[in-house]
Structures are given as structure tokens and as C-alpha cells.
Design a binder for this molecule. Structure first.
Ligand code: ZN
Length: 277
């Protein structure tokens, strides 16, 4: 049984061999990893939407070295505490990337004694495919967080780490009183990296926690320091940041000249519940 719904007609998608099919015979094939591409052609705003293969691999290589392990631990612990009173919670990771945090959350939920039904979407099919390989028990799909292929009020928890925020859509798929867990960069995140690249580095703006349609419950700050001993790790880290999209010739030159880097990392973990109105 999957909880995916057909992106064309909204009917439940049921397994049919290696495909998923709705009662209107719309059919979506699974990839080798088990992930399914539910992204419609008209939702692709680029030929290859989301992160490409190189970006997904760079992020995986960086995360697997454990640099962000303190965040993975705090995030998955918060998720487990939020829903461990539900024996079989339905969880959606909205913007799952290659599944590093999805996997950590799955393990934390199991350790807390519940058996989650885990769903994960990413607009990048490369990321969704990687996530399916990593989290064997998760249902992974290429899909937009702004048009989730899940039924109304089907989820106990939606998570979003450094991913686009789609508040209305998250509220649609959350059960009444369901939880929403978001991770955003903290004010001083990667400060020393920014100092090395820019003449006038800016702090991240950490906005007010309030989100329309949600009740704010809890905020946790995760701060640490990491040491990157080689240029590959530094460039992989830089490639994960929004700065990578708007880097200048000069900041590129400075980036390539870095052979090692010690920098702060900082994250805000924000927990909400869906408001009833
Ligand atoms: Zn259909």
C-alpha cells in the first residue's frame, strides 16, 4: 500500500508490478531504487528541475563525513519527541535531498518505539532516487513541495530542511493538530566561510518564528564548529549554499585558494502544530 495519490486525477495510486497506477489507469513507473517520478511535465520549470547529479553527489559526500551530524541528531530527536506517542505515524519529508536527514529521522523514530510510514519528496529525481537507495523503508518520489502527491489530512508530521516553504500545501496534507518541523540556517551559520570569500559578509536574517496557519511550539538552536581539512570538502560545502548561485569571479578565486577552513555552523530547529482554523 502506498499513500501516494495520482498527480493527474488525485485518486489513490496502487502498486501494479513495478508501477503505480490509479483507477483511471494513469501509470507511473518505479526506478530501480524504488523511487517514483510523480512530477508532471508542466510542473518542471527547467529541463532537469532541482539539484543535478553532481550537486546531489557533492552534498552526499559532504554530509557523509558527519560535519552536520549535530544537526541530524537534534533534528531527528525533535521529530521523535513530537510524534512518538503515535504508534504508526505518517511522516513526510518535504524536500528530502539525498535522504541524509530522512534516514536519521527514521532511525530515531524506530528507536523511540514507533513504526513510521515515511514518505519523502524532492523536485530533483536524482535526489529522490538517492533517498530511496538510502532509506529502504521510505516511499520516495520526485515531486514539487507546492503540489504534494498525498491526500488531504494524511500526515502526522511534515519536515522541511533548507527546502522551499509551501505552508498552504503542508497544511493541506497534515492531519488536524499535525506537526510541522522546519530547519533554517542560524544567524552565524558558515560565518568564517563567508568572511573568507566576501569583503562584507552578511549575517543570516533569522526571522520571526510566526507562520500563518501554524501554532509555534518550540525552537532549538544547534551551534558547533567544523574543520574542513581539504579543498574538496570546502567546495562541496560551498556548493550546498545559496551563495553558490551568485558567486563572483573574485569569490570563486578566493574559494579555490582555500586549502583548509574552520567555520561555525548554526541552525534553528522550529516546531509547529497545525492550527485548527
Ligand atoms: Zn489518475
Amino acid at each position: 500500500m502506498t499513500n501516494w495519490i495520482c498527480p493527474l486525477c488525485g485518486k489513490p495510486l496502487l502498486p501494479d508490478g513495478n508501477s503505480l497506477r490509479c483507477e483511471n489507469r494513469h501509470t507511473f513507473d518505479r526506478g530501480k531504487s524504488g523511487y517514483v517520478n510523480l512530477l508532471l511535465v508542466n510542473e518542471k520549470h527547467a529541463k532537469i528541475p532541482g539539484d543535478n547529479k553532481g550537486m546531489v553527489n557533492a552534498r552526499r559526500d559532504f554530509l557523509e563525513k558527519g560535519y552536520y551530524a549535530p544537526l541530524a541528531a537534534a533534528f531527528s530527536q525533535t521529530a521523535a519527541e513530537a510524534i512518538c506517542n503515535i504508534p504508526q505515524p505518517v511522516v513526510l519529508d518535504a524536500g528530502c535531498g539525498e535522504g541524509y536527514y530522512t534516514d536519521a529521522m527514521q532511525k530515531a523514530l524506530e528507536q523511540a518505539g514507533c513504526t513510521p510510514e515515511l514518505f519523502a519528496v524532492d523536485i530533483s529525481k536524482f535526489a529522490a532516487d538517492k533517498c530511496a537507495r538510502r532509506c529502504k523503508s521510505a516511499e520516495c518520489a520526485a515531486a514539487s513541495v507546492f503540489r504534494l502527491p498525498l491526500a488531504e489530512e494524511s500526515c502526522d508530521l511534515v519536515t522541511s530542511l533548507f527546502a522551499p516553504y509551501a505552508g498552504e500545501e503542508f497544511r493541506r496534507v497534515l492531519k488536524p493538530g499535525g506537526k510541522f518541523l522546519m530547519v533554517i540556517p542560524g544567524e552565524m551559520h558558515l560565518w568564517e566561510l563567508k568572511e573568507a570569500l566576501y569583503d562584507q559578509p552578511y549575517r543570516n536574517e533569522v526571522k520571526d518564528c510566526a507562520l500563518e496557519g501554524f501554532q509555534f511550539l518550540e525552537r532549538k538552536t544547534v551551534e558547533s564548529e567544523i574543520f574542513l581539512p581539504n579543498p574538496t570538502d570546502i567546495q562541496n560545502l560551498f556548493g550546498m549554499t545559496p551563495y553558490a548561485y551568485k558567486s563572483s569571479v573574485e569569490s570563486d578565486r578566493r574559494l579555490r585558494a582555500l586549502t583548509e577552513l574552520k567555520t561555525r555552523i548554526a541552525f534553528e530547529i522550529l516546531l509547529y502544530s497545525k492550527s485548527s482554523s
